[in-house]
Design a protein around this ligand. Structure first.
Ligand code: HEM
Length: 471
């Protein structure tokens, strides 16, 4: 490949902050989806906004703002088709294209035709504005200011997606946001297994194949003012320090999940067994509600292991007797259990090509305490605004979702999909709990997660943002 890789530390002053940080201290967040009205006015708005965008250079103080654009959004800003063609095909086609919906499991109730936003029948989404603040009052002020500026420049708010602070847990009740990859050169530290070449998450850097991930490179004439960095062949690099951002609104049927776990874990005489219910739910996730991984804490939750992340599967648990083979975390990141040689560095190396940085937040009020097993649906839309970042949509997000999460064939399983996320028809799922002397096969697993919206975005570097905003 002709282009040079950036070596050494990351160009953090040109990278948007959300790539390196989840902004854990900024507990309040809202996502604004915007549509461009007038291209010139929107570019002027983006120019002003670029000065306010939080970079990865330092931790934010009080608030943070990041911005991403869809392919139609880049066109609406005036980016020519020739430049757009340099982006990944998955991005330009969009998450809701029919072929993609099939492989991602966005069918039936989750089909884009039924989405609240991002689907073929809904208003186009051009811009995603990610707003974060220490508390709700700070967020309200930030939202008011940013929204006023956007609307004054002809942008229209397609949707305003609120989030809720469940204190490090997701709606099913499990600690989330524990296992994240970190990038070589970022200054952040993790185990070797979770330390990944930056090109897996940032365009313009070397990836786990030892190459530069495909990215949009322009012609020198496209950038006479030299706003963009150059690659080795002197081509303006629109991709460098940017990444792709996947957003999916995932509605969770929390009561359905726990009702199913309750029924499936009852004693032979039909009596409820709360401990067995929690154990079964933990088997589905692969971690206990407090966060301890089942591979390290097979019998019960353990606060001391709440954030433990330095473990593999093949050595301690090749057959899934501790952490079931089909558990959500084992499917979404099989660590060292991938072919061709499970338990070796070769297996880990394959896994490193399918990693995601997750940045999602929960939305919707949690069910009141003590009502988890109620048979009625309270009608509240609650779930996860799933957000992940990756340098290659096909090899990372789409591969994980299609091949490991949705597919019934996984690591020797052939009829189970992800017990949390599977896109199975009503009651058509199966979940196998490996055990001795006999394994347990649960049938009639309903669907617990429905997709309500989604889009692929490009989260540009700061210089690319100023380039897109030029007059
Ligand atoms: C409502 C939807 C979802 C729920 C409730 C959920 C829940 C969880 C929980 C509780 C964990 C364990 C905490 C942690 O390791 O950080 C986790 C980990 C993870 N999830 Fe999800 N998740 C959801 C959607 C997704 C989706 C759509 C993907 C990707 C396609 C995904 C990929 C992952 C990955 C990669 C991990 C880390 C696994 C590891 O490194 O051990 N999740 N999830």
């Amino acid at each position: 490949m002709a282009a040079t890789a950036v070596s050494g530390p990351l160009e953090v002053e040109d990278v948007q902050g959300v790539v390196l940080r989840g902004y854990g201290s900024l507990r309040a967040a809202r996502y604004l989806l915007l549509r461009v009205g007038d291209a010139a006015a929107a570019r002027a708005w983006l120019r002003g906004l670029s000065g306010r965008v939080t970079t990865a250079q330092r931790s934010p103080d009080g608030t943070a703002v990041n911005v991403a654009l869809t392919a139609p959004g880049l066109t609406a800003l005036g980016l020519p088709d020739a430049a757009l063609a340099g982006f990944a095909l998955e991005f330009t086609e969009g998450i809701a294209s029919p072929h993609r919906s099939r492989i991602l499991g966005d069918v039936g109730e989750s089909a884009p035709q039924r989405w609240a936003w991002g689907g073929p029948g809904s208003e186009p989404v051009h811009v995603l504005l990610l707003l974060f603040a220490t508390d709700e009052a700070g967020l309200a002020q930030l939202d008011e200011e940013r929204r006023r500026e956007a609307e004054a420049s002809g942008l229209h708010v397609v949707a305003s997606l609120d989030t809720v602070d469940l204190g490090d847990h997701e709606h099913f009740g499990f600690r989330d946001g524990i296992s994240q990859p970190v990038m070589v050169g970022s200054g952040q530290t993790e185990s070797a297994l979770n330390t990944i070449q930056p090109g897996e998450f940032l365009l313009g850097y070397v990836n786990e194949h030892g190459q530069l991930t495909e990215r949009p490179l322009l012609q020198p004439d496209d950038d006479p003012d030299r706003l963009l960095p150059r690659d080795e062949s002197h081509r303006p690099d629109l991709g460098r320090n940017g990444t792709y951002l996947v957003m999916r609104q995932l509605r969770q049927d929390v009561r359905g999940f726990w009702r199913w776990a309750d029924q499936a874990s009852r004693a032979p005489d039909g009596s409820a067994d709360p401990e067995a219910m929690t154990r079964l739910a933990a088997k589905m996730v692969g971690r206990w509600p407090g966060g301890a991984p089942l591979v390290l804490a097979p019998e019960r939750d353990d606060q001391a292991l709440a954030r433990a992340n330095d473990f593999a599967y093949q050595g301690p648990d090749p057959e899934g007797l501790r952490c079931s083979i089909g558990a959500h975390v084992r499917r979404a990141h099989p660590r060292d259990s991938l072919d061709p040689k499970p338990g070796t560095q070769q297996s880990v190396a394959v896994g490193k090509r399918h990693r995601l940085i997750r940045r999602g937040r929960e939305y919707g009020a949690a069910p009141p305490p003590g009502t988890l097993l109620d048979s009625s649906d309270d009608g509240v839309d609650r779930g996860l605004h799933f957000i992940c970042l990756c340098g290659n949509l096909a090899r990372q997000f789409e591969f994980v979702q299609a091949t490991w999460v949705v597919s019934p064939k996984f690591d020797g399983l052939y009829e189970d999909d992800d017990p949390l996320l599977g896109a199975r028809g009503p009651g058509a799922g199966a979940f196998r709990v490996q055990a001795r002397p006999v394994r347990r096969r649960h049938r009639d697993l309903p669907r617990f997660v429905i997709v309500r919206g989604g889009a692929y975005f490009f989260l540009p570097g700061l210089r690319a943002l100023r380039y897109l905003a030029r007059t």
